[in-house]
Design a protein around this ligand. Sequence first.
Ligand code: NAP
Length: 312
Amino acid sequence: MAKQKIAIIGLGKITQDQHLPVIDKGNDFEVAAVVSQRGLSHNGVPSFKTAADLYAAMPEIGIVSVNTPPDVRHAIAREALEAGKHVLLEKPPAATLAEFEDLKAFAAAKGKVLFATWHSQFNPAVDEAKALLAKHGVGSVKIEWREDVKKWHPGQEWIWEPGGFGVFDPGINALSIFVKILPFAPFVKAATLTYPENRQTPIAAKLTFGSAEAAQPTLTADFDWREQGDEKWHMTIEAAAGHKLRLYKGGAALEVDGKLAVEAPSEEYERIYAHFAQLLASGQSDVDGSPLRLVADAMLVGRRDVTEAFVW
Ligand code: NAP
């Protein structure tokens, strides 16, 4: 089958690291144009300063991938849907829940496919953890998602601005795994959010979750951008039936009772684009807002702490 033409909006870090190389080597899509405020291009395809310019010049491109920071995603995605495009959204899908719900409804009204991606969900080890917890029940989940912000977000000022999510930018990846593997819906019961005195978003957050489960499993998350050295992206899980699971490497590896059960090369974006091709073929959207809702709830019930100023 011929590759489908796709345009990429925003040629920042994740576009360069994942979207472009993954699309280029895959069989489903062909990057036919890009939209870059800085005027970057890719393999000589046309580059436009705005999406409106792209839609006017190349109406034959029916699919866009929106890889900007989250605060501008809603306006860009809505403009794309209005122009009759199918849309893939990087995570987080919007800056607020109302924006997210609006996109979901607008895509449905327009009859267009909308795919709110959660890249960390696209790991075989996550699927296996989900299957094991469905079978054995959940005793506890302890999430530790700690990384050095200077290593993973070098110079990205938007992460510290309102709508930039702060440490929830990586934390929402952990939450996307959390909601996928749990056989029930978690609620944020309490949160402590630690803000650098010179910044608008948290550098660290500790969350405690509840649920409607009678056994009240212990569920916690520790997000921190002040980690030095290697990142720690892992979850320690006890199944109700006694098994111990360790999901680590950002969801790429799973140990069960101390033994490696699944470790696959990280192909999150390969799986994302394969899933997108399936969604386009079936005309269905995939829009789960639950990780975003947990972040919003942490902001609603969170206690605020202030720490020393952050400088790059
Ligand atoms: P980034 O390096 O800052 O890149 C974002 C790009 O979006 C900018 O370089 C710019 O590209 C474009 N952009 C910025 N403001 C815009 C605006 N107002 N209108 C249109 N385009 C605008 O950020 P990133 O790390 O790639 O992150 C982007 C998104 O991907 C975030 O939501 C993040 O959570 C997610 N993500 C990032 C990573 C990662 O490892 N960095 C991993 C997974 C997901 P142009 O100058 O080319 O227009």
